[in-house]
Design a protein around this ligand. Structure first.
Ligand SMILES: [Zn+2]
Length: 108
């Protein structure tokens, strides 16, 4: 049996591990460039299965071929991180949540 839920998912529900990491971002900002924490973020955001979109897919990179929009959003997270734009990063989170609820919740 599967349940049909009408409630939109929040970012915390879509990607809980990243939501935790992003909490630190809200308090302290992006990690200091080229610090250990920075590299960790960099490699994770650069990895299709480890990045925010990847987590939403259960740490899989399958979306790269399945959904153009998810693929694009994945790259945009990486870009916002590289230019250290918290505003772009937050905008992208909102775009991703909206896209996820609109496209990927209805097809489940
Ligand atoms: Zn998608």
């Amino acid at each position: 049996m599967f349940q049909i839920t009408l409630k939109d998912l929040t970012f915390d529900e879509i990607a809980p591990n990243w939501a935790n990491k992003i909490m630190v971002l809200r308090q302290e900002g992006f990690p200091f460039p080229f610090s250990l924490a920075w590299w960790k973020w960099y490699f994770e955001l650069d990895s299709p299965s480890e990045c925010i979109v990847g987590e939403a897919y259960g740490y899989s990179s399958g979306y790269e071929k399945k959904c153009k929009q998810c693929d694009l959003l994945g790259w945009e997270f990486g870009h916002a991180f590289l230019v250290r734009s918290r505003m772009d990063f937050k905008d992208n989170m909102e775009k991703f949540v909206a896209h996820w609820n609109e496209t990927h919740m209805t097809t489940k």
